[in-house]
Design a protein around this ligand. Structure first.
Ligand code: GLA
Length: 384
């Protein structure tokens, strides 16, 4: 569904439910060109907001409870602002409750409100629908209740909601990209200083293509938190704040103190962080071949060293590798499912799409889905 229709849908539903004029917020999902699992290592990432996201219609309420409607799920939730305990894992309500609770912890006075949200980010695609949802609520509430938060403050609220209510100890990439996205640009983000530099993206004869495996393997959340713990453990041994501060030589020096698995994981992070910088240089030089190589290298590291890939993702990247129409590809996001991101020759898009879809179907008996994305503006108010 197009964003315009999404916005009309939530506006209409809001008026029907609550009989008042809402504020409309649009908050996008994101892609990531390169820099995977580097954000929680204080490193560099290269994400961009996309033209798919969450539309939220929201308004203050005089009632003594708040009500939120998840339009796509056709579910309504009413809650009191003084009881904000997290619900079971994976429940969409946690993102809303988490945002409100984290705002309260900051000493912000959030009153009762009503909201209706709907989205067009494919679920489980690794395009951060959860960050988009958190950002839409924090942005809407900040505006309605004049909370005086900057965008930087807001993304930290969203991130804490994810940590404490959704149970994923995520980095800052998703919330940042969703909030700060710039049209036609990707953001080279330093996750330590939380500042970014926009790069206008034009891949010349090539275009970005996302291929969704449409699978999401169960272990993704525990594995994510486990990876983060490994990185913290190795940083401690290295006596650095985060792996961003370590070189391959530093790691080599403590290799015998580490298990082979932990060594490989830390090595991946150090290498991937370097790749992000090389990628930004290659963009400046318009060196597409290097960009593509770096994507393949990133995937190799994620799959073999960091061990967050899966058979479906590896299969898609292997097909990309074989094809003369694709200059680079890798899995995108946390891993264990979701999408690959590919740089495909514009003139060969259709042929590659057909070939890879057929072969995926033959191999796994299920369909993959292909998207083209436009790099877009971050969280914003559509109508005040
Ligand atoms: C998820 C997390 C991000 C980031 C990526 C991996 O999307 O939410 O913070 O760590 O995985 O790069």
């Amino acid at each position: 569904m197009m964003n315009k229709e999404l916005i009309e849908e939530v506006t209409h539903s809001f008026k029907a439910h609550f009989n008042s004029e809402p504020l409309i917020v649009f908050s996008p999902g994101r892609i990531n060109l390169i820099g995977e699992h580097t954000d929680y290592n204080d490193g560099f990432v290269f994400p961009a907001a996309v033209d798919k996201g969450i539309a939220l219609a929201i308004q203050k309420s005089d009632a003594n409870t708040s009500t939120v409607v998840a339009f796509d799920k056709d579910e309504t939730y009413t809650f009191a602002l003084d009881i904000l305990e997290p619900l079971k894992n994976g429940d969409w309500r946690n993102y809303v409750l988490g945002v409100v609770a984290e705002l309260q912890l900051l000493g912000k006075n959030v009153g009762n409100f009503n909201g209706v949200f709907a989205g067009n980010i494919p679920g489980g695609a690794g395009m951060s629908s959860s960050a988009a949802l958190e950002n839409s609520f924090v942005f809407g509430l900040n505006d309605l209740f004049n909370l005086g938060l900057s965008k930087e403050d807001m993304i930290l609220v969203s991130q804490k909601a994810e940590h404490n209510y959704a149970g994923v100890k995520c980095g800052i990439m998703d919330q940042y990209a969703s909030m700060f996205g710039i049209e036609n640009s990707a953001l080279l983000l330093d996750c330590r200083s939380i500042t970014s530099q926009p790069y206008r993206i034009d891949f010349k004869d090539y275009e970005l293509m996302l291929i969704n495996t449409n699978v999401k393997h169960d272990l993704s959340e525990t594995a994510y938190n486990d990876r983060r713990e490994v990185c913290e453990k190795v940083s401690k041994l290295l006596n650095v704040v985060a792996l961003r501060d370590a070189s391959k030589e530093d790691l080599e020096a403590i290799k015998t103190d580490l298990s082979e698995g932990d060594y490989q994981k830390a090595l991946y992070v150090i290498e991937e962080n370097n790749r992000v910088k090389q990628f930004s240089e290659a963009i400046e030089k318009e060196d597409l071949e290097t960009l593509g190589d770096l994507l393949f290298q990133s995937h190799e590291g994620l799959s073999k060293k960091y061990e967050v890939s899966c058979a479906e993702l590896d299969f898609l990247v292997d097909r990309a590798h074989e094809s003369s129409s694709v200059i680079g590809a890798r899995m995108m996001g946390g891993g264990f499912g979701g999408c690959t991101i590919n740089l495909v020759l514009k003139t060969e898009m259709e042929a590659f799409k057909e070939d890879v879809s057929n072969r995926f179907k033959d191999e796994f008996g299920s369909a993959c889905t292909i998207y083209n994305v436009k790099l877009s503006q971050g969280t914003h108010i559509v109508k005040g």
